[in-house]
Design a protein around this ligand. Structure first.
Ligand SMILES: [Zn+2]
Length: 289
């Protein structure tokens, strides 16, 4: 049974029962509930904001990691493209192999990416980049395996194919049409010109036998021609001195002459030609960097 409460009335000097003010009581409960609701809303909002800023920070971290990985993959791809370029222009050229078609090389889309649709776009892009790189690696690996097999069978031929620069110096004139240095009119330049000081040693670019050593052609000055076999002949012109004679066997890297300015020349340089099966070809394709 609830205990009844009294208060002392100073007007009447007697104890009177306390009357419960239900309206006031309900208002107080209502105010408490409203206060509790407002507090919970504020707490929830603060929590959500805290969570959102943590997510933003995490997202920024992930974006940074993806960007760094993308740059790293791009660098690897660039190096791989360089190796591929050497393979196409040098190795395949000297072994007479068909180069890989550029559209095949660039066509490595990598097929399907597992759960691609469930991943965010930057991650999908990264996966595609990785798959493309993997495709290029596999293609290049099989190309090198093929080259290795052929090179083993052609080891003798390889020592007879021009493969190094005949002299240390800068190429100042390339293979093809150019203005004649003396008359100015268009003229086909059948070799490359490498500028070098008088008396710079000239190396033989592959094993072979000296075919010419003298001045057999007007304009070339002192010149040497070497027959390497397998359809290859190399020519070195405008020399100052010749260190080999016809019939002599020479090895790749052996010094065969000294550079000069003899014949039809505007300054000290070496004119170098590569002749393949009777046709003059661009010697720069036979200089391994
Ligand atoms: Zn020249």
């Amino acid at each position: 049974m609830a205990r009844k409460k009294f208060y002392f009335d100073t007007q009447t000097y007697s104890y009177c029962p306390v009357q419960t003010d239900w309206k006031k009581y309900l208002i107080q409960i209502g105010l408490c509930l409203v206060l509790a609701f407002v507090c919970s809303v504020v707490a929830y909002d603060y929590g959500a904001q805290f969570e959102a800023s943590a997510l933003i920070r995490y997202n920024e971290q992930l974006s940074g990691q993806i960007a760094a990985k993308t740059v790293k993959l791009q660098k690897i791809e660039k190096s791989l493209d360089k190796i591929h370029h050497n393979d196409q222009t040098f190795y395949k050229s000297i072994l007479n192999l068909k180069p890989i078609d550029q559209s095949v090389w660039e066509g490595g889309t990598g097929g399907t990416v597992p759960f691609a649709s469930a991943k965010p776009k930057p991650l999908q892009k990264l996966d595609q980049q990785k798959e493309k790189l993997k495709f290029k690696f596999n293609l290049q690996e099989s190309s090198f395996s093929e080259l290795q097999k052929i090179a083993v069978h052609k080891s003798d031929e390889l020592t007879h194919i021009p493969a190094i620069s005949p002299i240390n110096g800068r190429i100042v004139s390339g293979f093809g049409y150019r203005a004649d240095p003396f008359h100015g009119h268009a003229h086909f330049h059948a070799g490359i010109d490498i500028v070098a000081a008088m008396g710079t040693p000239i190396r033989c670019v592959a094993d072979g036998v000296v075919r010419v050593s003298g001045t057999p052609e007007y304009g070339y000055g002192l010149q040497i021609e070497i027959d390497h076999g397998y359809g290859y002949v190399t020519k070195y012109a405008h020399l100052s001195s010749m260190l080999v004679s016809p019939g002599q066997k020479v090895k790749r890297g052996q010094t065969i002459a000294l550079s000069g300015n003899s014949g039809y020349s505007t300054g000290p340089h070496l004119h170098y030609e590569v002749i393949k099966n009777g046709t003059k070809v661009d010697p720069s394709a036979y200089i391994y960097q």
